[in-house]
Structures are given as C-alpha cells and as structure tokens.
Ligand binder design. Structure first.
Ligand SMILES: C[S@@+](CC[C@H](N)C(=O)[O-])C[C@H]1O[C@@H](n2cnc3c(N)ncnc32)[C@H](O)[C@@H]1O
Length: 462
C-alpha cells in the first residue's frame, strides 16, 4: 500500500489528546506522556496502553489457537471410534485437516502481534481505564473476511450503493467526501469501495481487531491469501470447511491508510475529517449513542458529514439506551448536526453460497452535516473507580447480592459431587441444611447439573 506520511499529522495521543505525535523508531511518540505507539505489521497501533492491548490481543490469539487445537483433538477422538461411517469419516478428516491448517494460517497472519510485549503493566492498563470488551475475540467477525473479499459481491454492492445514494441525497450533487475516517472498518471492503468509488482525498480505516486489518492490508495491496470459511449451516459435506482465495478487484489506490485504535478513544486531533463513516458499529459499541455522537462531532471539521450505515439494534443493558430510529435521529440532531437525511433498505446479509443460513437486514443509513461544536465528552472509562483504585468501597449491588447467594449454593452442590451421591441424595442434604425444601432442591440441582453437563459437551466455535 503506498505510503503518505501526511495522514499521521492527524494523530493525537489516545491518552492525553496531544497532537501531533512525532515519528520514532517506526512508530509514533507522545512527548507529554512519554509513550511510543508502535506499528504492528506496518499499521500504527494507537491504543492508550499499547503494550497491554498488544498483550490482550496476543492472549486472545492464543486462546483461539488453543480452542482450535482442542477442536481438532476432539474430532480425532471421534474418528477413532469403531462406528464412524465412511462419509462421516471423510467429513471429519476434512475438518481436522482444515482446522489444523486454519490454526497455522491464523498464527501466520497474526505473527506481528505474537511477540512478547515489553513489561505490559496490568496496573497501568487499569489506571487508564481502557479495556478490550470481553466478548471480542480474534475470530469475532471472521465471517466478514469471506463476505468482503470472496463471495459477497451482491452484498458489498448493495452496501456501497446505499452510501452513494445517501451522499447524493444529503448534499445535492456534492459527492466529495474529502478526508474520510471509517470507524470499525472490519475487513475493510466498504472502506475500500468508498475510497475507490467515491471522491475521497484520503481514507483512514480504523478497527481494533488485528486479524481483520492484517487480512485487509494483505488483500488490498494485491495479495491473494487463502483462508478457510466455516459456514454456519453447511450445505454439503464439502461445505463444512471451504478454502477460499481472497482478493480485491484491484490494489487500493494511494492515500488509503489503516490504523489500529479504539473508537471510544479515537486517536485523532479534533476537526481532522470532512467525513466520518460508522458502518455497522453505533449499536455495538460499549458507549451510549449521545456520547458517540459528540465524539464524532469533535472529529469533524466545520460542516463535516457523519454517514452512518448498517443495523440499528442497540443491545444496551438499560432499556432506555436501546434507541429507536426516531430517537437516534433526534440524538444526532442534539449533538450539533443538522437534521439527518435517512433511508432504510432491506439487503442480503452474510448469505454465503456454502451455507443454508443467511439473512436479510433492513439497514438504516443517514447522513448528517455538522452545524456546530458540542461539549467534548469525558475520556472513556471502561471500569469504575472502585475497581481501578481499590480505595473505594465495593458497592453492594443487587446483582452482586443474588450472584453471591447462587454461587454459594452452586459451590456447595459441586462439593457434594463425590461420584456416589444421586441428585435425590444431594436434595436431601440441601434440605437438611435448610437451604431449600426437597421439592425445590431436586429440580434446582438438576437444572444446574444440566447446564454443567451442556457446558462440558459444548463445541468451541470458530
Ligand atoms: C459488525 S462489524 C462491522 C464491520 C464493517 N464495518 C462492515 O461493515 O463489515 C463491527 C466492527 O467494529 C469493530 N469494533 C467494535 N468495537 C470497536 C471499538 N471500540 N473500536 C474499534 N473497532 C471496534 C469490530 O472489530 C468489527 O470489525
């Protein structure tokens, strides 16, 4: 990918917001925090605590590799059984081979993060209150890679067409996007299409998942790497693991850049972009929409545009934060934007030719022009002070209270498992201990043990 150092002039320190950062040892340095942000696979790694975030992703990589190795071993044990039919044998042998190769391919792609980071300090990571969401692993959104760079032409075209339509609807004939930032770019096909088909000066595609950006980099520079697809509902025996060649229509044109970073601490100076695009991300980020909207406002130049595209299915623990389309548009307007132009269209989503599973999604697209600045939101804190400092009382939350009670009972039930007692015996003991009546205890123990049994049978997913 062609290099152009001017994009790094937009960088700001994700710890203190100082800008610009100076170039140092192939990375970027904040003279105020005295922290150097490295480049990983030639992509700037702009997380507030670079060593610890590298360590976290590395441990998630090793967790994935371990899961794959267990998966392979389980299948080999199944293969050794006497009653395996010839077709089943054929399928399992293919799957074992695919999983083993997939493991090696992942390791190879992620070699840039698989290095011992220097003295990652968990304490300083906590102190900065940044943390990777627990539900994000190396292979979360893995399916996007094949959709983006192999079989997804129909879906990818539908997506870029939505962006083109909303851009021209929003501002008459003005299709120029100028300096463009894509937040949560994933495997980057939409970012690539925007850069190749719309009038951008430069495009920065940011995500925090190293696998997605490292694959995107390889494909967009013209390589044709291969990666296995493991469809959700394989159509045939061969479809359980499909080795796919990934490729871009042509190498990406100049002035396209990748950055590793967290959308909740975007490492860019205020007023750096003419356009910020949020594709399939506003409803999954761990931060409420009003705060996200204020951050996006801050990144935009005066009259800059925010383009949103994708699902609208907020899954916040508080129901008040699960916004409807109407509330979403109102929140955008309150965050210093003109009333957005919006549209909805139903498009295919993740319809792999090898899978019986695919869906349709009614995507919600809007464009909103910035009308003025709003107050800068506080830096994102992933954890409350009582966890970070250890000097404030741990609050006695109602959920902690009920968890404590059920954990005590569960651990007591576990302690009763001695290879001899039946569920009825254990229920009797719980009754004697006055923890539950016999009638309550038996079904409760059965439910708990069923869950434990299910967990022990569960396959690791890809
Ligand atoms: C649903 S996927 C969408 C990917 C891509 N925009 C697309 O349209 O295919 C969400 C993406 O957001 C990324 N993501 C989620 N939270 C993020 C955060 N806080 N900072 C940066 N990226 C994030 C994920 O790694 C993932 O690639």
């Amino acid at each position: 990918m062609p290099d152009d150092s001017s994009f790094s002039e937009k960088f700001a320190c994700p710890r203190c917001d100082k800008t610009p950062l100076s170039e140092k040892n192939g990375g970027y340095h904040c003279s105020a925090c005295k922290v150097t942000y490295p480049s990983v696979g030639d992509i700037p790694w702009l997380f507030a605590e670079p060593d610890s975030s590298l360590g976290e992703w590395r441990s998630r990589l090793h967790f994935s590799l371990q899961q794959l190795s267990n998966e392979s071993q389980r299948m080999q044990v199944e293969l050794a059984a006497d009653d395996v039919g010839s077709l089943t044998r054929k399928r399992l042998e293919r799957q074992v081979k695919a999983v083993d190769e997939h493991r090696n391919m992942l390791r190879e792609f992620l070699e840039p993060i698989d290095i011992q980071s220097m003295q990652a300090s968990f304490e300083s990571y906590l102190a900065l209150r940044t943390r990777l969401p627990i539900d994000q692993g190396i292979q979360t959104y893995y399916a996007n890679i094949h959709r983006d760079w192999c079989w997804g032409d129909t879906e990818n075209e539908a997506s870029i067409n939505e962006i083109k339509a909303i851009v021209s609807e929003g501002d008459g004939d003005n299709r120029a996007l100028g300096d463009t930032l894509i937040l949560g770019a994933g495997a980057c096909r939409l970012a690539y299409d925007i850069h190749m088909q719309l009038d951008t000066v430069q495009t920065i595609a940011m995500d925090f998942n190293p696998l997605l950006l490292l694959v995107a980099k390889s494909v967009m520079q013209g390589d044709e790497p291969e990666l296995y697809e493991f469809p959700l509902a394989p159509k045939s025996l061969e479809d359980f693991a499909v080795l796919r060649k990934l490729s871009a229509p042509r190498p990406v044109r100049e002035n396209f850049h990748l950055v590793f970073g967290d959308a909740m601490r975007p490492p860019f100076a205020a007023a750096s972009f003419d356009t910020v695009v949020t594709p399939w991300i506003i409803d999954i980020v761990n931060e409420t929409l009003p705060i996200q909207a204020a951050r996006i406002n801050k990144l935009l130049k005066p009259q800059g545009r925010w383009i949103n595209f994708g699902s609208l299915a907020f899954d916040h623990p508080e129901r008040a934060r699960r916004y409807s389309t109407e509330e979403t548009l109102a929140i955008v307007t309150e965050a210093g934007f003109a009333p957005p132009h919006s549209s909805e269209r139903t498009i295919p989503y993740m319809c792999s030719p090898a899978s019986r599973h695919g869906r349709q999604e009614t995507v919600f697209t809007f464009v909103a022009s910035k009308t003025g600045d709003v107050n800068t939101p506080a830096r994102h804190k992933a954890l409350p002070d009582w966890i970070v400092t250890g000097k404030k009382p741990v609050p006695l939350l109602q959920s902690f209270r009920s968890q404590a009670t059920s954990t005590q009972i569960y651990s007591y039930i576990m302690s009763l498992i001695d290879g001899k007692r039946t569920i009825a015996d254990m229920a009797m003991i719980l009754e004697q201990q006055k923890l539950m009546t016999h009638q309550e205890a038996e079904p409760a123990i059965r439910t708990f043990l069923t869950r434990m049994h299910d967990d022990s049978q569960r396959n690791s997913g890809f």
